[in-house]
Design a protein around this ligand. Sequence first.
Ligand SMILES: [Zn+2]
Length: 150
Amino acid sequence: MGILDIASAKSIWRGYDYYENNRVLQCEKVSDTVLEGVVRGSGEEQYQVTVDIPHAKRSTCTCPHAEGTRRICKHKIAVYFTAFSEEAKKLIEEAEAYEAEQERMYEDIEEIITKYLRKQKKSDLVDLVYELLMAGPEWQFDRFIRDYIE
Ligand SMILES: [Zn+2]
């Protein structure tokens, strides 16, 4: 599996930030399947990274988080994105598409709910609001009392 398939979302986004902020000081394709790189950490420290493209778990990094483990850290991701910038671009495009889709979904839901509520009788709406207030969190109930009753 590819490195992006086994990395956590947190590592991917932090790695993307490192890539974007030019923390990858060196990146070289040493063979068809292996990348070698040097990445600047959050301070002045530098980490040696190798990325095994077909066997991502064999990748290495000298940072404290990943050294001696198979963890995919942000440094490995940053080196990977430096070698494959189209993958970084794809990540951003997918995130933007997802966000746009979420927004469309919320707009649809808002429309459906509004339509539903407009069709209800006033007495049913009173029951519904009361039910929601009693089932909802305490702060909501308190706010309702404060804003509308007191
Ligand atoms: Zn690392």
